[in-house]
Design a binder for this molecule. Structure first.
Ligand SMILES: O=C1O[C@H](COP(=O)(O)O)[C@@H](O)[C@H](O)[C@H]1O
Length: 232
C-alpha cells in the first residue's frame, strides 16, 4: 500500500541504522508480549546488517529468528541461507536467539515444506520484523518470475506457511514463506543496495504484471508499509 524510502550514504551506515531500527522493534515486542520474531533474507546483501544486529543489546533468548526463504540444501552447503545467518547473525549477543530453519532433512522438498510449516506455526502471526531482499529479476523471498508455485505464493488467500518453488533463475528447489505470511509484519523492510537495484525498484514501481516482477505484490498489496532501506 505504502512504501517509504530511507536512503543512506553507504552500506555500513545502512547496516547500522537498520540494526538500530530492528533492535528497537524486537525489544518493544519482547517488552509487550514476552517474545519476538524476525524473518530474514539470504543472498549477498544482508551480511553487514546481520553483523551489526548481532552486537545489539536485545533479550535475544526471547527472540526467534527464521528465514524468509531457503534453498533445499543442508546447512553446511555454501549456498544455504541458514549458513549465512549462522556465520553472520547467530553470534555475539545474538548467539542466544532461537533459530527456526526452513530446510528439513526430508525425502522431498514438498515434505520439507510441510514439516517446516508445522514447526513455524508457533511464530509470525504476524512476524514482528520481516526483512526482504530483491533480486535483479524482481524476485523477493523465493517468489521468482516463472516460478512453479508463484500464483499460489502470491495469492492472499494462501494460508501462512512455507511452500516450494522451482524456477529457472533459482538454482536449487526452494522453500519460501508465502506472501500472506510476510506482508503484515509489524516492521516490513525491503533492503537493497546499489544503483542497479534502484533501477530494478523503479521498474517494479511502474505499471506491469506482478508475475513479471513479484516484488510488486509487496509494494502494491502488503498490509504494512514497506520500509525501503537503500544505499549506493
Ligand atoms: O535468492 C535470493 O536472493 C534474494 C536477493 O539476493 P541478493 O544476493 O541480490 O541480495 C534474497 O532476498 C533471497 O532471500 C535469496 O534466497
Amino acid at each position: 500500500m505504502t512504501a517509504n524510502m530511507h536512503a543512506f550514504a553507504n552500506g555500513a551506515e545502512l547496516a547500522g541504522k537498520l540494526a538500530d531500527k530492528v533492535a528497537e522493534t524486537l525489544s518493544a515486542a519482547v517488552a509487550a508480549s514476552g517474545s519476538a520474531s524476525i524473518a530474514v533474507s539470504g543472498g549477498s546483501t544482508p551480511k553487514a546488517f546481520f553483523q551489526a544486529l548481532s552486537s545489539r543489546s536485545i533479550d535475544w533468548g526471547k527472540v526467534t529468528i527464521t528465514l524468509v526463504d531457503e534453498r533445499f540444501v543442508p546447512a553446511d552447503n555454501p549456498r544455504s541461507n541458514h549458513l549465512l545467518v549462522q556465520e553472520n547473525l547467530l553470534k555475539d549477543k545474538a548467539a542466544a536467539a532461537k533459530f527456526l530453519p526452513l530446510y528439513q532433512a526430508a525425502a522431498s522438498v514438498e515434505e520439507a515444506a510441510a514439516i517446516a510449516t508445522e514447526k513455524a506455526r508457533v511464530v509470525g502471526h504476524p512476524f514482528d520484523v520481516a526483512i526482504l531482499g530483491m533480486g535483479n529479476d524482481g524476485h523477493t523471498a523465493s517468489f521468482f518470475p516463472g516460478g512453479s508455485n508463484l500464483k499460489t505464493a502470491l495469492d492472499p488467500n494462501t494460508p501462512r506457511g512455507i511452500i516450494t518453488m522451482e524456477a529457472e533463475g533459482a538454482g536449487e528447489p526452494r522453500l519460501t514463506f508465502t506472501f500472506s505470511s510476510l506482508q503484515d509484519a509489524r516492521l516490513l523492510v525491503l533492503h537493497i543496495e546499489g544503483e542497479g537495484k534502484k533501477e530494478v525498484l523503479a521498474k517494479a514501481e511502474a505499471a506491469g504484471e506482478e508475475t513479471e516482477m513479484p516484488i510488486r505484490a509487496m509494494l502494491r498489496r502488503a498490509a504494512s508499509p514497506v520500509e525501503i532501506y537503500w544505499a549506493p
